[in-house]
Design a protein around this ligand. Structure first.
Ligand SMILES: Cc1cc2nc3c(=O)[nH]c(=O)nc-3n(C[C@H](O)[C@H](O)[C@H](O)COP(=O)(O)OP(=O)(O)OC[C@H]3O[C@@H](n4cnc5c(N)ncnc54)[C@H](O)[C@@H]3O)c2cc1C
Length: 457
């Protein structure tokens, strides 16, 4: 790798090509527990021309490239398991154009998600995808993982807002897909091939995003339940009543306790579950929907339904959900966060199964998540040094994934496959789907240079 580092130093200069051990260690992991690797060197390009040059070099010399944004991924996608070059796009952080006439924004991949949200807000628009990590994660990482967020139920996920991409292909060629047209069916929708491809098919360098008008009003409610099933049934009943709230988030008892110890939001410690519910849109509709959601929650056994009276109170209630992962992560040395997802009608069954499985294997699991999307985050609180407990965690996790698939669900709703879930992928999608994906990978990256060993071997 010394030669690679020395060759790439000629492209980037010594400040943007890192190869000292202390630097390599910091780029050796992402947000996923118990997974790490070590890069041969870390490249910090500032332009698409530099990215293309590095990719061409890697292709010619068969050196693996692991593209990286902020490293907040939760499936090991940016962990350099095969050594090689970590291509970190964090310094490609220019906002190229905000176009309120067409409701679009064009940014380089290293722009942090929150910045896009703030710029949109400044002109009365909304960028809806809001992953819990949005203050740190990059738009490139969001596109590569097709990330979701707290508003997914009403507004969808990152894919729904990507209008165009600039991508450096595995041979170093730079290609653009998509444009500002609302309708465009000229050929295959190639941008969609790269969305959610986890750095295995190309390096995304620029992104054209769609924005939407900012809703005029929003109401935030917090409902408390003494039974977990009641919370799940409330979600199903709200959807059945043809209300699509922008947020329907859930926290179980363990998570409530951890959040309260961490953030002092004033959550009821005796509750088995809470639901954070938000509706946005026209003020009249919002008021009516909030009233209906409160009634439905009460009809399904909610003990208390708190309605935020001010934006500050709404932000405080939403904090309970936003800090859930951080709050759980303080409790034990190793926090393994999963994202089993099921059709919404199966939520009560899935939540019960997670609890039973945790008890069966004597492991501690806090569950929270985007309940309105059927996307749960069972979070294992463990210690990777305790090998006996880790073995039980793995068995419990495998059973939870199997059950999600048996209920018509999936092994990951938003975090991607990466390394963490690749063993479960064949069972989840079947051999024919897997082979189609392999063929696509072989076509676009015949030398297996881009993020090798991720999603599948
Ligand atoms: C506290 C916390 C909360 C989170 N909440 C959510 C949530 O609500 N919803 C959700 O979906 N996820 C969530 N995540 C997961 C994570 O933040 C997202 O997956 C995010 O999109 C990753 O962005 P990143 O810039 O950190 O990417 P990285 O972690 O650096 O990379 C992720 C993957 O994308 C690839 N990649 C990165 N940039 C590019 C690029 N420019 N071109 C090609 N490939 C690229 C990498 O190779 C890797 O496979 C959360 C994580 C944390 C730590």
């Amino acid at each position: 790798m010394q030669k690679v580092a020395s060759d790439l130093t000629k492209v980037l200069g010594p400040d943007r090509l890192l190869w000292e051990r202390e630097h390599l260690l910091t780029y050796g992991f992402d947000g996923t527990a118990a997974l790490s690797g070590e890069a041969g060197c870390v490249a910090l390009p500032k332009s698409v021309a530099e990215v293309a040059q590095i990719v061409r070099y890697a292709a010619a010399n068969r050196v693996p490239i692991v593209t990286r944004g902020s490293g907040t991924g939760l499936s090991g996608g940016s962990v350099p398991v095969a050594g090689g070059i970590v291509l970190c796009l964090a310094q490609m952080d220019q906002v190229l154009e905000l176009d309120p006439k067409n409701l679009t924004i064009r940014v380089e991949s290293g722009v942090v998600t929150q910045k896009v949200a703030e710029l949109a807000d400044g002109v009365g628009l909304l960028y809806p995808p809001d992953p819990g990590s949005m203050r740190i994660s990059t738009i490139g990482g969001n596109v590569a993982e097709n990330s979701g967020g707290l508003r997914g139920l009403k507004y969808g996920v990152t894919r729904d807002y990507v209008m165009g991409l600039e991508v450096v292909l595995a041979d170093g060629e730079v290609v653009s897909f998509g444009n500002k047209c609302v309708k465009d069916v000229a050929g295959y929708s190639m941008k969609d091939v790269f969305i959610g491809s986890e750095g295995t098919l190309g390096v995304i360098t620029k992104v054209l995003l769609q924005l939407v008008p900012k809703p005029a009003a929003k109401e935030t409610l917090l409902a408390t339940f003494s039974q977990m099933d009641a919370a799940a049934e409330t979600v199903s009943a709200i959807i059945a009543a043809k209300i699509i709230p922008c947020t329907l988030e859930f926290l179980d008892k363990i998570t409530i306790r951890c959040v309260e110890e961490y953030a002092h939001v004033g959550l009821p410690l005796d509750a088995e579950a809470i639901l954070l519910m938000e509706t946005d849109g026209h003020p009249v509709v919002v008021r009516e929907e909030a009233k209906q959601m409160a009634e439905i929650a009460r009809q399904h056994g909610a003990g208390a339904v708190q309605v935020a009276q001010t934006p500050e109170e709404a932000a405080r209630l939403a904090t309970a959900r936003r800090v859930a992962f951080s709050a759980l992560a303080r409790v034990s040395p190793t926090t393994i966060l999963e994202d089993a997802t099921v059709p919404r009608s199966e939520l009560a069954d899935m939540v019960r199964f997670i609890q039973q499985t945790a008890a069966k294997y004597a492991v501690r699991v806090g569950t929270f998540g985007h309940m309105g999307d059927g996307n749960l985050h069972p979070t294992f609180l463990t210690d990777e040094k305790n090998t006996a407990e880790m073995a039980r965690v793995e068995k419990a996790m495998a059973e939870i994934f199997d059950h999600a698939v048996a209920l018509g669900g999936t092994i990951t709703g938003e975090h991607g496959v990466g390394l963490a879930k690749k063993a479960f992928l064949p069972k989840a999608i079947g051999d024919a789907s897997l082979e189609t994906m392999r063929q696509l990978k072989r076509t676009l990256d015949p030398n297996n240079v881009l993020n090798p060993g991720k999603i599948f071997d």
